[in-house]
Design a protein around this ligand. Structure first.
Ligand code: TYD
Ligand code: MG
Length: 466
């Protein structure tokens, strides 16, 4: 029997095979299998493990120290659920150049300023490069400990000495390698092995470990989807390359919410927290233009106003285009279908583009009404009132359904100077009278009629002027 155990591992999902094959049966991806040395099996060469006795503990038992450590960066703390939990491991994913390293060196510095031991291990950049960045960020004086290392055993041996670091940043997990597995760095087996070793260290020592993970072009954290299952929280750092805004989102969180977002702005001196994102997302509005509607949304516990932009234009193609950025394409299709079927809006000969301003990605169905308003406004060339916000879910029957947290949405809109809200009729009763003038819509057709009326009036006045 050969001593070396070779396996073929899918680089997408981590499934293992004895023979090479073109398609991974576990995840259905093609050409993702590569040959890797398997994790070393227990055998005669290895010390037999006898099993160590351990003490069982009470669920109610006390833990030393505060279990959570806030960083003082409120946008980050909001996403993690109030700070880093002792012994927890987080995976931070994001496109290259989005600002992961910047965010984490700032986080490490923030903790160091609070007197906590923070260590930043870079497997990608030399210490001098990390220093250069810190200098640019004005963090030169922060007591962050740095190293450029990739050997997991060396890292663990070093960090096991002295006071346990409160935070350890590993930038990135794909560059790490452990002696325990025979595979090249960056392969699934190595990434998994390294992550396992670091997770064990975190649990044993109580340090919080943040692993940076690269993201492939289709948005997956490269290779190791397996790592996502192993860690306590998966955070993703997103943004449009051309925009300054960066959104931090928890995809998975064992110790906190997954619907909160943190908003940052990338400036010449690093990431700045944006504590009032509505003001920022609305700062560059094109007032008086058709095709834009302000959506009063909720992200987690925080109301967030954002502009939805639509462009509906006659198509020159056989099949009209539908393109959407920041929203679910299938919801766009649904809203378009409802507009066609119930509101007499014919879009078959038009290209449709929809964009959520500021690089935000909206997941709430409550955005349906605002999206529909923007689409109809563009088609009818009728600018919507600049002082109005929209929210409501559209059902397949064309009815506009109430959504949660209406008072919070209205309050945020009033705070930002809006005076009108177009809201679902059905939910109106529980809203009460606020400072906003409410227009309720029962179904999408009446909204379309209102906007078409605006368009006609504008058209007439344009006609009279000209
Ligand atoms: P970086 O943190 O290196 O991204 P990642 O680790 O996710 O690959 O960020 C790199 C980008 O951020 C780079 O394009 C330059 C920009 N940047 C700023 O605009 N201001 C700054 O202060 C810093 C440090 C970076
Ligand atoms: Mg980086």
């Amino acid at each position: 029997m050969s001593k070396r155990h070779l396996t073929f591992i899918c680089q997408n999902c981590g499934a293992a095979y004895n023979r090479w094959q073109g398609k991974c049966e576990a995840c259905g991806e093609w050409n993702t299998l590569t040959e890797e040395g398997a994790e070393r099996p227990a055998g005669p060469g290895r010390k037999p493990t006898k099993g160590r006795r351990f003490a069982l503990e009470d669920l109610a038992g006390g833990s030393e120290d505060a279990p959570r450590l806030p960083t003082g960066m409120s946008e980050l703390d909001r996403v993690t659920g109030g700070g880093f939990v002792r012994g927890s491991v987080l995976l931070l994913g994001g496109d290259p150049g989005i600002g992961k390293s910047t965010l984490l060196i700032q986080t490490a510095a923030a903790l160091a300023k609070r007197g906590q031991r923070a260590v930043y291990i870079s497997g990608e950049e030399a210490v001098a490069q990390v220093r250069l960045r810190a200098e640019r960020l004005g963090l030169r004086a922060a007591a962050v400990e740095l190293a450029a290392e990739t050997a997991v055993e060396d890292i663990i041996a070093t960090l096991s000495e002295g006071a346990t670091p409160r935070l350890i940043v590993i930038d990135s997990i794909q560059t790490m390698w452990t002696d325990l597995v025979e595979a090249a760095p960056g392969t699934v087996t190595q990434v998994r092995g390294s992550a396992q070793a670091l997770i064990r260290f975190a649990k044993r020592s109580g340090a919080t470990v943040i692993l940076v993970g690269h993201v492939t072009k289709d948005g997956q954290i490269a290779g190791p989807r397996v790592v996502e299952h192993m860690v306590d929280a998966v955070l993703s750092f997103e943004g449009e390359g051309s925009q300054q805004f960066r959104i931090l989102r928890a995809v998975k969180n064992r110790f906190g919410p997954t619907d909160e977002i943190g908003v940052f702005e990338m400036t010449g001196a690093g990431l700045r927290e944006v504590t009032n994102p509505s003001a920022l997302f609305l700062s560059e509005r094109d007032l008086g233009q058709p095709g834009t509607a302000v959506f009063a949304g909720i992200e987690g516990t925080r109301p967030l106003l954002v502009e939805i932009q639509a462009l509906v234009a006659p198509t020159s193609l056989g099949t009209p285009r539908r393109a959407v950025v920041g929203w679910d394409p299938s919801r766009l299709s649904m809203v378009l279908a409802v507009l066609e079927a119930h509101c007499g809006v014919k879009l078959g000969g038009h290209d449709v583009y929809l964009n959520v301003a500021g690089g935000l990605r909206i997941q709430e169905p409550a955005a349906d009404l605002a999206a529909a308003a923007a689409l109809v406004s563009s088609l009818a060339r009728a600018p919507l009132p600049a002082d109005a916000v929209y929210f409501g879910e559209v059902s397949l029957s064309g009815a506009v359904r109430p959504v949660a947290q209406t008072p919070a949405r209205l309050k945020e809109a009033a705070k930002l100077g809006f005076t009108r809200a177009v809201v679902p009729e059905a939910g109106r009763a529980d809203v009460g009278e606020g400072s906003l003038k409410l227009t309720d819509v029962g179904n999408l057709a009446s909204l379309v009629a209102d906007i078409a009326f605006l368009g006609n009036r504008n058209g007439k006045s344009r006609g009279q002027d000209g």
